[in-house]
Every structure is written in structure tokens, then in C-alpha cells.
Design a protein around this ligand. Sequence first.
Ligand code: NAD
Ligand code: UDP
Length: 328
Amino acid sequence: MKRILITGAAGFLGSHLCDRFILDGYHVIGLDNLITGRLKNIEHLFGKKSFEFHHHDVSKFIHVPGKLDYLLHFASPASPIDYLKIPIQTLKVGSLGVHNCLGLAKAKGARILIASTSEVYGDPTVHPQTEEYWGNVNPVGPRGVYDEAKRFQEAITMAYHNFHGLETRIVRIFNTYGPRMRLNDGRVLPAFIGQALRGEDITIFGDGSQTRSFCYVDDLIEGIVRLLHSDYVYPVNIGNPSEISIREFAEEIIKLTGTNQKVVYKELPTDDPKQRRPDISKAQSILNWRPTIDREEGLKRTYAFFKTLSQSELEETNHYNFDNYIIK
Ligand code: NAD
Ligand code: UDP
């Protein structure tokens, strides 16, 4: 039986990866310190022989007994609200954390895939973003703690490949959504759906003309599995190229939830990217991958999940003060 280690296992994407690899017949070892993740996301796996979970901070030394075939490094706060609240931990998990994972992969002779992000392109001046574009990141701005950690992560991963001959893969993930996102993580989709469910105003930052391209989680997971099993070592964009402005996205959410919420405009956070859309030619040609779930279907499935949340889970949303998010 192949053994795979997944860091960030209790998070949104990590938990879906655990499900997928268990389904594919792997023994899955999940690590998470629960800083932004939740055990609820993986509770259904605890009875399984092919799953084990360890509460551990991967920025500290990682010891795993026995053989390891694959390692997926997904531990990291991922939403702007989260990484602004915990900037040092974000930098540490993207540097010390990935270093520990690379060292472990080297010791075990395992193949490692790391979760990078479209944020390595910063506020992009090339559109859509191809993997060859080097990006436009402000290292000392509020988002720098995440963006630069991810850029370092890519650099050290390539160094382990080039210097130690480690088998490495790098996925650049574009905005992904789906069941198990935290309603209070501040990302735009849970923010809008949470506001609609609680009967609050929908908060658009800036004039809402900035764009994003949203990928449904099942499509992303399929792309990651294909990349892991490919022999391509350079970064690959995985995302859905269907691009939409935040203003239009708010309208879609209002329609989806059948609510009549008012839209209010708030200040645009510093360095908020104006446009974002993946060029997925590489994923298409190398992995024969393309997204199959459109936004209408993906949003329907995601909304169905959010509707199952309890009242107390719905109310957790008020923990964040969006005004603190704008750091000038
Ligand atoms: P998430 O916050 O739901 O999951 C991250 C998980 O990592 C959480 O369970 C958290 O507790 C855990 N974690 C953080 N620091 C840790 C540490 N030091 N030790 C152990 N565990 C730690 O976020 P997500 O959306 O599932 O993102 C997962 C990964 O994918 C991240 O690396 C993120 O940068 C990347 N990513 C996600 C998206 C997206 O749209 N969801 C886009 C680009 C990149
Ligand atoms: N956004 C918004 N209202 C919100 C939350 C986010 O208008 O309540 C905007 C945000 O400014 C950004 C976009 O939605 O332009 C996507 O934000 P998110 O935090 O989901 O991810 P990003 O792609 O910026 O990392």
C-alpha cells in the first residue's frame, strides 16, 4: 500500500485530498496544527484503518516512522484575513515548514508536491497569467507575508530538485471554492454567502471591477492528482479560466441565495490584485486536464453545504473586523 503524508490535512483543500487518496487506496497520514483548519473536516475519516492524524506544527521537525511514497505540503493559512492575523506563522510554514517537508521527502526517497498559488503573480501585469510570468509582488505590503513565503517555497523546492535530485512538483492554485470552506475565513465566496444567509449587506471591496476566476474543488483535486503522477517539475497553473468581476459575482450570489441583500462598497484592501485568470495550456497539454464543473453547478453544491451549518456556525462570522484588514 502506498503511503502519503498530507500537511494541512484538516483544512479545506487538505481534507478533500485526504478523501481522494483514501478512495484511491492509499494509506493517508494527515498532519495539522488546526490554526485555520478544523477536525470536523476529517471527522468522517477517523474510523478508517487507512487514515491516521497527528496534531503537529510542521514548522517544527517532522518525524514519520516507516516508508513514505508521497508528500503533499498544503499547510498554510490561505485567506488574506487569516494571513494578516497570523503573519509570522504564515512565513514560517512557507519557509521552515516546507524545508522540513523537503528534508523528510529526501530522507524517505518520496516524491513531494507543494501547494503554491496564483499570488506568486501578485497584482499581475500580464493577463491571463502564464507560468513564465515572474509576477508583480510587493514584498513589504500586507500580502507579502503570504506571497513571498510561497515564492520562497517554490525556490527551495526547485533547489532540492536541482541540488539533491528530489522528485518535486509545484501546483499554482487559483481561487478555489467548495464545501468545507470556513464561512468566516474572509474569502469572497464564504463572505458573500455568509452575509446572504445572515441577512446582512454584501460587502464589495473597491468598485468591484477587480476580477477573479473561481475553480470548483473537485476539479482542482483531479488536477493535483494528475500533476503528482506526471513527470513535470516546473510550476503548473490549476484553475478555472472563467473570469468574473467581483461586482458580477455578488449578483450571482444574491441570485443563488434568493435573497434581496443590499450591496455596500468598502475600501479596497492594499495591493488587492486587479485581475486574475489562469492560462491553463500547460495543464491541458501536460496533464490532459481541464475544469469540468462550471460556476453555476459549483456554486449550487457549495451553497447546499453552507445551508447545512448550524446557527452558531453561521454566527461565527462576526469574529473578523474588515476595517482592520486595510493596512495603509
Ligand atoms: P485552509 O486554511 O483551509 O487549510 C490550511 C491548513 O493548514 C489548515 O488546516 C491549517 O490548520 C493548517 N496549517 C497551517 N499552518 C500549519 C502548520 N504550521 N502546521 C500544521 N498545519 C498548519 O486553506 P486551504 O484553502 O485549504 O489552503 C490549503 C493550501 O492551498 C495552502 O497552502 C494555500 O496556500 C494553498 N492555496 C489555496 C487556494 C484556495 O483557493 N483555496 C489558492 C491558492 C493556494
Ligand atoms: N472581496 C470583496 N468583499 C469581501 C471579501 C473579498 O469584495 O467581503 C474581494 C477582495 O477584495 C478581492 C476578491 O474579493 O478583490 C477576492 O478576495 P479573496 O479574499 O477571496 O481572495 P484573493 O483572490 O484576493 O486572495
